[in-house]
Design a protein around this ligand. Structure first.
Ligand SMILES: *Cc1c(COP(=O)(O)O)cnc(C)c1O
Length: 228
């Protein structure tokens, strides 16, 4: 077994264990392999193991890898990085999911630019759960208006919320940030909006995220090793 195989097996077991401990079905938590800065050969190795969902942060790097890996037609590409408004078209054309929506303008452009032959672009709104001024994402106060603005856009399907909480080694602190995101989703659901996705949890905090209801965990380091 190569290292990436071994890591994927371990991460998948860890997801299953955290899910079962929380009384959840292991299949209710899906793994996104975050492959930013990794070469196409690393994604190819993960694919050969059976991984199909990949998350990328940098648009040009992602597009280059998509060309290199175009023979692997069933990869599901997730865009998880900050989005510049002049770069929306390739995102609308080349990804299945976007997790990092935090402005109405970006959503409108993606809606206009999503090709008709593709299914609606699947979206999560990124929430700045700790109100860190340096981080992207809407505040909890701004969230309802952005939800309302996105719902009528027919080429987009709003699925849920995403967050990157402040890094912490304390499991209680990790859980409390993820619980905030879960409660924010529950509040939107209570208004009659159907949402089914919580994109939260990375290598250092995925276990806490799963306890609080993560449906996607986005894992890079624990699969591919430290980034250079
Ligand atoms: C890099 C990144 C991850 C993965 O982080 P690791 O700590 O390497 O698992 C997850 N989500 C986002 C948005 C990222 O940028």
């Amino acid at each position: 077994m190569n290292k990436i195989d071994d890591n994927l097996t371990k991460v998948t077991a860890r997801i299953a264990q955290a899910a079962l401990a929380a009384g959840r079905e292991p299949q209710s938590v899906q793994l996104i392999a975050v492959s930013k800065t990794q070469p196409p050969s690393a994604l190819q190795a993960a694919y050969a193991w059976g991984q199909r969902r990949f998350g990328e942060n940098y648009l040009q790097e992602a597009l280059d890898k998509q060309v290199s890996l175009s023979h692997l037609a069933d990869i599901e590409w997730h865009f998880i990085g900050p989005i510049q408004s002049n770069k929306t078209r390739p995102i609308a054309e080349h990804f299945a999911w976007v997790h990092s929506i935090d402005r109405e303008k970006i959503a409108q452009r993606l809606n206009e630019q999503r090709p008709a032959h593709l299914p609606p672009l699947q979206l999560c709104i990124q929430v700045n759960i700790d109100d860190e001024t340096t981080k992207s994402g809407v505040t909890l106060t701004e969230l309802p208006d952005l939800v309302a603005a996105i719902l009528p856009l027919s080429r987009l399907q709003l699925r849920g919320l995403m967050a990157i909480p402040a890094a912490s080694n304390n499991p209680e602190q990790q859980r409390s940030a993820f619980a905030k995101l879960r409660r924010a989703m529950e509040q939107i659901q209570a208004t009659g909006v159907t949402l089914d996705t919580l994109s939260m949890g990375m290598s250092g905090d995925m276990d806490a995220a799963i306890v609080e209801g993560a449906t996607f965990v986005r894992v890079g380091t624990d699969i591919f090793g430290a980034r250079h």
